[in-house]
Ligand binder design. Sequence first.
Ligand SMILES: [Zn+2]
Length: 414
Amino acid sequence: MTTNISEAVGFHEVLPVHLLLQGIFLIIVFALMLFFNKKLSVDLFKEKSYFRYVLTALSLICVSVYGYRAFEPRISEMIEAYGFILDEEKPKDSDFKIISKSHKYDNYVVIVGESMRSDFMSTYGFPLETTPFISKMNKHLISNFISPAPNTTLSVPRFLSLTVDGKLQDHNNAVNLAKLAGFDTHWISSQGFSGESCSPAGRVARYADHKTFVPIQNDFVLLPTIEKALLDSHNKVVFIHIVGSHENPCSKLYGYPNNYRYNVGKVMNCYLATYNKTDEFVEKVVNMLKANSKSYSLVYFADHGLNFVESSGEYKIFRDPDIKQSYNVPFFVVASDIRENREYNVTRSAFNMMDFYASWFGVRTNLTKDDYDIFNEESDSNPLVVNYDFSLTPYKGKHDGVMASDVYKNMVAK
Ligand SMILES: [Zn+2]
């Protein structure tokens, strides 16, 4: 319902070989089922047809088990997205009560990145220059930021909304908070493909005063809209939801140069090139803010990481909620009054984001902590993450998958 042929093909291109084989196995099982069911209807009341019942039942079990194992992340996304289609039409009002407000900046920008792991950024120590601009610029950066979930549909609304006792309250979100704080709000997205109204991000976006969803998954197409939004005279918060490094990264470049020619496979080379592209995108937005006479601040984070697996001598993408790298994302803040490049060596959970927005926008509310400092030196001791079934588990219990340093060790230029 929310995709097209080229995206469906692109999705399969990044998968490891064993999953593709499982897919082929599914098709064979399905063909067998069709064949035997046809026979079954003819022989239904004849003797010895029981074994066909058994075979059909077995085939069904195989289809269910393999289908679920191979495509669990996508299935959970589909179930949630479909739930939203059936959900109420009218957006619920927020429960925020503003106690006081005094904003620090005129222009705010929130960039929600996509599928970007911190360990592949040169900013976080990767030896190749994947994010040279972000590395250079003055900012406050958190060394170990933990995303709330391993996929977009679960993560984006939790990055932008309140979660109370493990339950998402997506009507108490950053867009509403910004509006109550007195800002004009913009939502600008290149993830329009998943539908304005039926994606979890779209549910937050619908509260914005101005919404732009471009139909093409090319982040650079958003730049003129962002520039226009920043130039108007209101004090504002601009939320930008980019496609970044989403699967298939090769199809997110749109002619952007890919300078990576290593022996680690096409998917990994493209993935690194999308980092260059996102780096340049952030640079362009920061330059727009600088060119404006107004004070500004920008936050960048990625919605989640990714898991890579080795498959036939290449690195392929396989979403895995049990891997730490599915949650290790970049987080940094740039501002007109930040004139140093500082890294805060702390572990921080994204479930603090609403407290962050409140203090960043300069408001005190009934639902957020007063004067919360996301850069405080005390680490969050036990960050939690959301599973596909919406339950919370400790990030600590996850294990390391393929790390960027492992990939780098195997890299030989072609
Ligand atoms: Zn995502």
